[in-house]
Design a protein around this ligand. Structure first.
Ligand SMILES: Nc1ncnc2c1ncn2[C@@H]1O[C@H](COP(=O)(O)OP(=O)(O)OP(=O)(O)O)[C@@H](O)[C@H]1O
Ligand SMILES: [Mg+2]
Length: 366
């Protein structure tokens, strides 16, 4: 852009060459960012200190300088690469951004001796202001992009940490609760065998035994739900397929295109699919459910769709038992954490479609 501005400015002021210098704020130096031919290739290679040369003076004082004969001007500094010997006169105007802050400087040179006038100052100031805004916006954009990247990394770490916590918990349940329940079962069995009042004790102990094995089943289910070790073993596609095989009731159709995604994204998509399928089994009374995963133009799409009874997503606050429901909320949170968009389309009588879109750029593997 600096180069294009240089060309337009040279033409509109009937000059011979133009240099656009942008201020590097951290290093407090002016860097040549654009120039007209034959200097275009010098972009990024010529630097001036604040206060050095006419451009440096203009940047320091935030005011224009008209120099009819540069050889007679103290501020002028000869830079061989810019071939000062070929040009006689110049005008230099600051690029002023928000709050009149100097963002850079435009220098326009003429081969023939010439006194640039007030209208040149006005024109260059206007162009300079526009350019300054663009430079500031570009910097802002850069900073925002950096911040977004930091946020994404933060989200990735959070999801990883959550998953580690879940694995830890799964280990705890497996080694702790399950082991205890098993020994409890053996103790009860022994008590049953040596009971004094056989009728009552047998009945009570039988019930306790049933309870224990139900609790054990529950713990097993919790472990399976907490730790999708299948993701580590098989990867996302096959894991989703194996998830589909666990669906009881409706007929399941699966179309999974192979794609490689960062681990935290895989976990998020797997969990979303899992909750969506569980909801189909629990609520939909569907005949058919489809799960599809594909990539288009870099965007990853996951869809779980059923032909069941449907519901009004806006009216969901609590589940059927009256307790707050977390499934849909959790799905949304998981999607947002990895930068994806989750959409639930449903109406009573029309089935339900859960759709996740993960934009390109958020799904690359480092
Ligand atoms: N595929 C579906 N078909 C029909 N109704 C659904 C479907 N998915 C969700 N729902 C409705 O939306 C409600 C909220 O779902 P959500 O997953 O948040 O909670 P839940 O499944 O009831 O409980 P949980 O917190 O265990 O997930 C459900 O109670 C159900 O009424
Ligand atoms: Mg649910």
């Amino acid at each position: 852009m600096a180069e294009q501005v240089a060309v337009v400015v040279t033409e509109s002021t009937a000059s011979d060459v133009c240099f656009v210098h942008v201020l590097d704020e951290t290093r407090q130096r002016l860097v040549l960012m654009g120039a007209t031919p034959p200097f275009t290739s010098l972009s990024g290679t010529v630097e001036l200190e604040l206060g050095e040369g006419v451009a440096g003076w203009v940047a320091l004082n935030a005011e224009p300088a008209i120099v009819p004969d540069k050889w007679k001007d103290d501020r002028y500094v000869y830079i061989p690469a810019l071939r000062g010997e070929d040009y006689e006169s110049l005008i230099s105007v600051p690029l002023l951004g928000r709050g009149q802050r100097v963002v850079g400087v435009i220098n326009v040179h003429s081969q023939k001796p010439r006194r640039y006038g007030e209208h040149d100052v006005v024109l260059l100031t206007q162009v300079g202001n526009l350019m300054a805004r663009t430079v500031e916006n570009a910097r802002l954009y850069e900073r925002l992009a950096e911040r977004e990247q930091t946020l994404e990394q933060f989200a990735a770490r959070t999801v990883d940490a959550q998953e580690m916590e879940r694995r830890h918990l799964a280990g705890e349940i497996h080694d702790g609760i399950s082991q205890r329940l098993i020994s409890l079962w053996y103790h009860l069995q022994a008590a049953e065998a040596f009971a004094v009042d056989p009728v009552v004790v047998t009945h009570e102990l039988g019930a306790a035994k049933d309870l224990t094995s139900a609790a054990l089943d529950e713990a097993r289910r919790a472990i399976a739900g907490l730790r999708p070790s299948v993701l580590d073993d098989l990867g996302l596609g096959p894991s989703l397929e194996s998830l589909a095989h666990t669906v009881a009731g409706p007929e399941v159709e699966v179309e999974i295109a192979p794609c490689r995604l960062p681990p935290h994204v895989e976990v998020a998509l797997y969990r979303i699919a899992q909750e969506a399928l569980q909801n189909v089994m629990k609520h939909a009374e569907a005949e058919r459910v489809t799960m599809r995963l594909w990539t288009l133009n870099g965007t990853v799409h996951l869809v779980v769709e059923d032909d069941g009874r449907g519901f009004r997503p806006t009216e969901v606050r609590r589940n059927r038992n009256g307790s707050p429901s977390y499934g849909l909320v959790g799905m949304r949170e998981r999607a947002e954490l990895v930068g994806a968009r989750l959409q639930i389309t449903s109406k009573p009588g029309t089935g339900t479609r859960v759709q996740v879109e993960l934009p390109a750029g958020l799904n690359q593997i480092d």
